[in-house]
Write a protein that binds this ligand. Structure first.
Ligand SMILES: [Zn+2]
Ligand SMILES: [Zn+2]
Length: 119
């Protein structure tokens, strides 16, 4: 699942914060990670050496934020074991034998209940 999330993850980060989003493969609805602020957000770099330092720091913090976003996505999204795609709760079905996405359930004529029954 981890790899499928990473492949589907969009980088929405800017200079001040790190944020990522993952799209549901079925309905296209985006799930957004909780944004994480860059520790040097809003600070102006005074010298060229600081700029290099901040850039390195930014890259490191971004990597950590991305890992966190993947973990968060794992809790909020579902992985269809049949088509290997990432789907949101409304597109994921609890079926008798194995849970799968709506599209696979339709294709395989499996009956099930969606995880998220709210409209
Ligand atoms: Zn969906
Ligand atoms: Zn599927």
């Amino acid at each position: 699942m981890r790899e499928a999330i990473i492949n589907n993850m969009l980088d929405l980060s800017d200079r001040n914060q790190f944020a990522f989003s993952v799209k549901c493969t079925v309905c296209g609805k985006s799930w957004n990670s909780t944004p994480v602020s860059f520790s040097k957000a809003g600070k102006n770099t005074v010298s060229e050496s600081k700029e290099i330092l901040y850039t390195a720091l930014y890259q490191r913090e971004k990597q950590l934020a991305a890992l966190k976003a993947v973990d968060e996505a794992k809790k909020n999204l579902n992985f269809c074991p049949v088509c290997k795609s990432i789907v949101c709760d409304s597109c994921f079905m609890i079926c008798d034998d194995i849970d799968m996405c709506v599209e696979c359930a339709n294709a395989l004529q499996e009956k099930g209940e969606p995880v998220d029954t709210a409209p």
